[in-house]
Design a protein around this ligand. Structure first.
Ligand code: NAD
Length: 421
């Protein structure tokens, strides 16, 4: 039977699997299978060419038992409510696993930002906040950047919200530019968090990162910084990287600056000369030690999971491995670390930004990185320890199951304490 690749169906399947293993209370399970609040807004924007266009936007608050909703806003032509719901669910598990005082949320607008100028993007961003301002805020639901949204867009949203409320509300949104009190280290925090997890995972699997071969799918915010940081922190050998047009491979290693130059000059990493051109499918199946999917969802599936040769799969993208593939990788002894652990660095540093905004006291970069390292390394070890506890009881579970069990238990305990079930 073909796999169902609908992101929200996958998010529910993952929860159901964990609920069964941990014997989750039925009422708690039912609450956690669905978002608490789903909002669709349709709003007109006057574009710079004089046209008035109506856009559709979403904001989903999945669960707020442990604190206000937290989650990015995506601008994408193929944005769907199902994707936003799935990502809001994953944010709930992400903030809970990191043990930071938030729930989960996500937003999106169906639009094509690549075809819009700055004036129109600003008008769109301000209109979205006018449509939703009663439902977001520093103690309600706190947005952030995600696919195709930037610090500049966060600054416009913060400004619009503050104008509506008649006062500066810096903590209503994170991922802002430093000039309006964003946090040091936010821009590469997702990849940096992923690198701390990789360091711990390599030690766990007894892999020497200096000698390891790494392939990275994607060269956007997540993949680009993962490449440069893996080089800088571990002097690792990145042998392959890709973007939507395809990938490049050189067994001896790729030069970061030259890959970046090729991407800037030609629009694709395939403009790099000293490498063999490969497809995205071939990149996934390379004989490497570490595979970092850092692009889009559903890349490792039932039909290609048995061809993966890496010893560690580090899920920097959201949802790159399907539930069926998850099991295949586990049975083949590949350490597949789940997205909501690996890419939680972004939301952890967003949390630091919010704490700094609320206190009006700002941290240095070293402090941001060391606190991020402490939280995300603890999440990795919590996950592996939980997996081992179950193994000791004779129950084989994947790292994703283990991370779910930790995250879901915390949210369920908060709901129980509050009397929701
Ligand atoms: P991005 O838009 O900056 O980059 C995406 C990259 O993927 C680009 O290099 C693009 O060319 C490539 N790509 C697109 N389609 C592809 C395809 N079919 N095959 C291979 N590559 C393809 O996005 P990003 O911010 O780097 O996000 C990447 C992933 O990481 C997403 O799943 C996102 O949700 C997740 N993520 C990002 C952050 C963050 O802080 N940026 C945080 C958490 C999770």
């Amino acid at each position: 039977m073909p796999e169902n690749l609908d992101p929200f169906v996958i998010a529910q399947q993952q929860l159901d699997e964990a609920a069964e293993i941990m014997n989750l209370d039925k009422a708690a399970h039912a609450i956690l299978r669905e978002p608490k609040r789903v909002v669709e807004v349709n709003f007109p924007v006057r574009l710079s060419n004089g046209e008035v266009k109506t856009f559709k936007g979403f904001r989903v608050l999945y669960n707020d038992a442990r604190g206000p909703g937290k989650g990015g806003i995506r601008y994408h032509p193929q944005e769907t409510l199902s994707t936003v719901k799935a990502l809001a669910a994953w944010m709930t598990w992400k903030t809970s696993l990191a043990n930071i005082p938030y729930g989960g949320a996500k937003g999106g607008i169906i639009c094509d930002p690549k075809t819009m100028n700055d004036r129109d993007l600003e008008a769109l961003s301000r209109a979205y906040i006018r449509a939703l301002h009663d439902l977001v805020g520093d103690d309600v639901d706190i947005p952030a950047p995600d696919v195709y949204t930037t610090p500049q867009i966060m600054a416009w949203m913060f400004d619009e919200y503050s104008a509506l409320k008649g006062k500066n509300k810096f903590g209503m949104i994170t991922g802002k530019p430093l000039e309006v009190w964003g946090s040091e280290g936010r821009f590469d925090s997702t990849a940096m968090g992923g690198m701390y997890v990789l360091r711990e995972a390599a030690a766990y699997k007894k892999i020497d990162l200096k000698k390891a071969k790494i392939a990275i799918q994607g060269f956007g915010n997540a993949g680009n910084f993962a490449f440069s940081l893996a080089k800088k922190l571990f002097n690792a050998n990145i042998v392959a990287v890709s973007d939507s047009k395809g990938g490049i491979y050189n067994e001896k290693g790729l030069d970061y600056e030259k890959v970046k130059e090729a991407k800037d000059k030609t629009g694709s990493v395939q403009g790099y000369e000293d490498a063999q051109k490969i497809t995205n499918e071939e990149l996934l199946e390379l004989d490497v030690d570490i595979l970092i999917p850092a692009a889009i969802e559903n890349q490792i599936r039932q039909d290609n999971a048995d061809k993966i040769k890496a010893k560690i799969v580090l899920e920097l993208a959201n949802g790159p491995v399907t539930p069926a593939a998850d099991k295949i990788l586990y049975e083949r002894g590949i350490l597949d670390l789940p997205d909501f652990l690996v890419n939680s660095g972004g939301v952890i540093v967003s949390y630091f930004e919010w704490v700094q905004n609320i206190n009006g006291y700002y941290w240095k970069l070293d402090e941001v990185y060391s606190r991020l390292d402490e939280i995300i390394s603890r999440s990795f070890h919590d996950t592996m320890n939980t997996q081992k506890e179950y193994a000791d009881k004779g129950k084989k579970i994947t790292p994703r199951n283990a991370a779910y069990i930790i995250a879901v238990s915390r949210v369920a305990a908060a709901m129980k304490a509050r009397g929701w079930y």
